[in-house]
Design a binder for this molecule. Structure first.
Ligand code: TXA
Ligand code: MG
Length: 340
């Protein structure tokens, strides 16, 4: 069914609340990316999230709360180390996976006995949660497999006509989805790197991260979402790392350029001049990871708007926020990574 998707301003938040109370979905801004929210306690409402996104039903959702106290009823226990992290990083881009109670509908957790919870650090998201009075189940508000939306216009490009409304809070801050941490195992396990870095977590509690055990493989993935391809633009993406990246990119781009096909390169601003014949998607000032994270998904969407056939991306170091950035870039590249 084709809907006219309403584009609401923060002043019109009351209308978003009304739509949610009627059991429908609304896209809303968070400090990470836009989410597609519905009443987490209403299985029918949650079903519409999966429908609108085209999301596989075996991929569980994060539940968003207005504050940490509200979480209590929905989880069996909060280990002391998890409590420490909540106190330090909430509201903020950290999602904790905990043992769930029966209050959480199965559709939210895809039948798992755990639930992912977070308190977002965004005034519009918090106001929405306070006004509705119920927690919101929300994945990123993109069509499944597309880059996560960091602007209302991205949501409309993917879900316009499929959802009743998007609440426009401008560009999101971080630009990458939250860090997901499994707190049901010892030591805690990082399932998805994000805005709260591995280093910051490890400063407080022991945390394990196995990049290779990312969930891609035959074993049942711990974070079900990790097995699906993500963030992919239409263009074929190559991630190129190492000191010889520019030389390699120029060499690989030749045949495409000769056929007159659009070739893009995502690189730091200062390196743009290395690629005079290619379409440059600027990552920001060299080494500014926050700026890159903020723009990353927008740049991937730009690649499509520009109709690029192939996009080369220069890899970055995997320290701090770089770990989350490289995680998303590898997914965009569908494992096409070239080390020079
Ligand atoms: O920043 C974010 O986290 C955004 C905003 C909207 O909050 N949300 C988001 O949701 O990125 P989504 O659905 O795109 O990604 C949630 C990830 C998926 O990889 C999912 O498999 C994992 O969290 N997840 C959810 N519940 C889980 C659970 N019980 N156990 C393990 N992983 C879980
Ligand atoms: Mg997502």
């Amino acid at each position: 069914m084709e809907l006219k998707t309403r584009h609401l301003t923060p002043e019109e938040i009351g209308e978003a609340v009304q739509i949610l109370r009627e059991g429908m979905v609304v896209a809303f801004p968070t400090e990470t990316v836009y989410g597609l929210g519905a009443n987490a306690l209403d299985p029918e409402a949650v079903k519409s999230i999966f429908r609108a996104k085209g999301r596989p039903q075996d991929n569980p959702l994060i539940i968003h709360f207005a504050n940490a106290q509200q979480v209590e009823e929905f989880v069996q226990e909060v280990p002391p180390q998890a409590l420490l992290l909540m106190e330090r990083f909430w509201p903020g881009p950290l999602t904790l996976v905990l043992k769930k109670t029966e209050q959480v509908p199965d559709i939210v957790t895809a039948g798992l006995d755990t639930v992912a919870v977070r308190v977002p650090d965004h005034p519009v998201a918090l106001e929405l949660l306070r006004l509705t009075g119920f927690p919101l189940a929300a994945p990123s508000a993109n069509r499944s497999g597309r880059p996560s939306p960091t602007r209302a216009e991205h949501v409309l490009a993917d879900l316009g006509g499929l959802i009743p409304a998007v609440l426009d809070g401008g560009e999101t801050g971080w630009g990458l989805e939250s860090t997901v941490l499994d707190c049901t195992v010892t030591p805690f396990r990082l399932l998805r790197p994000g805005g709260v870095t591995l280093e910051e977590l490890q400063d407080l509690v022991p945390v394990l991260y196995q990049a290779e055990g990312d969930g891609i493989g035959t074993e049942a993935p711990r974070s079900p979402g990790m097995k699906y391809q993500h963030y992919a633009p239409e263009a074929k993406v190559y991630l190129v790392t190492g000191d010889g990246a520019a030389t390699k990119i120029k060499e690989l781009s030749e045949p495409y350029s000769q056929r007159g096909e659009g070739v893009g390169v995502m690189t730091w601003d200062e390196r743009a001049e290395l690629y005079p014949t290619l379409t440059v998607l600027p990552m920001g000032p060299e080494g500014n990871f926050a700026a890159l994270a903020h723009n990353l998904f927008h740049l991937l969407r730009q690649a499509d708007i520009l109709g690029l056939k192939v996009l080369f991306i220069e890899g970055v170091s995997e320290d701090n926020l770089g770990l989350a950035i490289m995680n998303r870039l590898r997914k965009a590249a569908d494992q096409r990574e070239i080390k020079t």
